[in-house]
Unconditional design. Sequence first.
Length: 117
Amino acid sequence: MKTIKALAAIAIVLPSLAFAQANTPGIDQRQANQERRIDQGIASGSLTQREANRLERGQQHVDNMENRAKSDGVVTRQERARLNRAQNVQSDRIYAQKHDRQHDYNHNGRVDRPLRR
């Protein structure tokens, strides 16, 4: 009887442990921050629509990687490291695109060139 109770307790606790390990709040928060940076770049005009679309595709790629890592219920240390590296690459790309010389300040869908003096 004790064995059956112990097995029942393990059967209840084990799925919740797997679910707890599959949670990735740090990764999710960073994704949200990076998506907010892209939205801010669009709003300020420092990103053109083409740049923003490219960056959003990169964010979707990281989301897909995260979903694949979570698919078995456990996100391993190696998977977390790979996701972190992918997010680092995306962060660098966002920075580079927001600080290049292409702008769309008047939000007309065309690249605004700086005036030459």
